[in-house]
Design a protein around this ligand. Structure first.
Ligand code: ADP
Length: 458
């Protein structure tokens, strides 16, 4: 294989969960559909089925312009690989929550074993010129496992969540191995420049790694390149969906205005502090008639930390509503279930403020969806945590510190009072960015870099 841009060969995408069904939806599907369709690509991932005896081979699914290969997990694999090492060690640590880590040596063994099993099945599919693109933290060991089986193809990785700080890497039960896992990829894509800096710091701290002049890393006889590719949304489609939304929206009294929050119910999303900041705003503006609509469907409820956050939020919303509600107004409307996409788009558009305050977030697509959903003639205002990856691109939002309640309450007041001209200016700037760096840009930019990446050290 040459060092130049390799345009031959299929694209093989590997992600934890394979999008199944005749019409799969979601950001990654939109991102990868064209790239996979172009050269009879393959998408590989778990089926979502947990079965006692997973088969030794992939199941094949047709019906799309590319092939999909799924595999099942056993109950022990689901517990150790998915709930255990992925979501009770990597997820909390990479989101700066070492206190929530629940590390068990047996889970790490299963995590490695699932990646080894997947590598075995995958190696049998790979052809000489294929390019492999691995998605996210469930599959960190996959490149190393494939290399061990003799696969020499280009292999790229994209981390959708934040890259951890050095001290959080040290809190891993296998920090050395983590760095080695990364070293087997040719390209590691990250959401932000800040994440790239952390990755380089992690390698720089090791005597066996060397930063090269082109900012790639020499690690043993491997070369790894790290670059930021901020993931986007299908901006045009989402804007059109919001403009066409005809649903009832949230019934509001005359003069009542709405702030919206939409998140999976995850401790990284900063929901308790968001509610507290809203209470701080109400303390200063008790008669403002502002309602916070928080949509937070449950997720990963088999992991203990997710049950705790649910109890905390129910307590907070109950006490705030108890203090402020009257016959005509409930200040916090807290909805603990998913909402259909089209309706969500309409709710974003109805809200005067998008209140997006994660304590840590790889990107945060809700911030982007909120902006794309606005009416450009009379747009709402995005209040965005500086700790979301999206803040790096979305400087025209009102950026806040999600640990500082006064800062967030002040930003809510400013957003709700912002003159039309300033709202339009900020929205136009944000929208420009979202249209340029949308989801199609993201996958094209990544794949172009992966196909062109210099391989090896000579
Ligand atoms: P994460 O990937 O950590 O969940 P993101 O903000 O990047 O966070 O992406 C969340 C996605 O899930 C967005 O596309 C958002 O629209 C969708 N989503 C979140 N909550 C809901 C909900 N209650 N109903 C429907 N979709 C939701």
């Amino acid at each position: 294989m040459s060092d130049g841009i390799s345009n031959a060969g299929r694209l093989i995408v590997v992600s934890n969960r394979l999008p199944l069904g005749p019409n799969p939806s979601g950001g990654l599907v939109v991102a990868l559909h064209d790239a996979l369709s172009e050269r009879s690509g393959i998408w590989v991932g778990t089926s979502g089925q947990v079965v006692d005896q997973p088969g030794p081979k992939f199941d094949r699914h047709d019906g799309l312009a590319f092939e999909r290969l799924s595999f099942d997990l056993s109950p022990a694999e689901h517990a150790g690989y998915y709930l255990g090492f992925s979501n009770s060690v990597l997820w909390p640590l990479f989101h700066g929550r070492a206190d929530l880590v629940d590390a068990r040596a047996a889970d790490l063994d299963v995590y490695r074993a699932v990646n080894d099993r997947l590598a075995m099945m995958l190696a049998a599919e790979v052809e000489r010129d294929d390019v492999i693109w691995v998605q996210d933290y469930h599959l960190l060991p996959l490149a190393g496992a494939l290399r061990k089986l003799g696969v020499t193809n280009r292999i790229g990785f994209f981390l959708h969540i934040p890259f951890p700080a050095l001290y959080d890497i040290m809190a891993l039960p296998n920090s050395d191995e983590f760095i080695r896992w990364l070293g087997y990829f040719d390209l590691v894509g990250l959401q932000t420049v800040r994440d790239c800096a952390r990755l380089l710091e992690a390698f720089r701290s090791r005597p066996d790694a060397e930063l090269l002049f082109d900012a790639s890393v020499k690690f043993g006889d491997q070369r790894v390149e790290a670059r930021a590719f901020p993931i986007g949304i299908d901006t045009t489609a989402f804007a059109a969906e919001a403009a066409a939304a005809t649903g009832p929206g949230l019934p509001l009294a005359p003069g009542e205005r709405m702030i919206i929050g939409v998140d999976r119910l995850d401790y990284s999303k900063g929901l308790p502090n968001r509610f507290r900041a809203f209470r701080r705003y109400l303390e200063a503006h008790p008669d403002s008639g502002i309602t916070l609509l928080q949509i937070a469907p449950p997720t990963r409820e088999d992991v203990a930390a997710y049950r705790d956050i649910r109890d905390e939020l129910e307590g907070l919303s109950g006490s705030i509503n108890g203090q402020y509600a009257d016959l005509n107004w409930t200040p916090i409307r807290y909805i603990h279930r998913p909402v259909p996409r089209a309706q969500l788009a309409g709710l974003y558009r109805q809200a005067r403020v998008g209140f997006v305050t994660p304590l840590a977030d790889g990107m945060n697509l809700v911030a982007k969806e909120y902006v794309a959903a606005q009416d450009g003639d009379d747009p709402g205002v995005l209040v965005l945590s500086a700790f979301a990856g999206a803040a790096e691109q979305m400087q025209a939002a009102l950026l806040v510190n999600p640990f500082d309640l006064d800062d967030m309450a002040g930003a809510l007041a400013r957003a709700l009072e912002m003159p039309l001209a300033e709202r339009r200016d900020r929205h136009a700037t944000l929208m420009d960015g979202l249209l340029t760096q949308d989801i199609a840009w993201w996958s094209a930019a990544y794949l172009k870099t992966l196909r062109g990446v210099k391989r090896g050290l000579n």
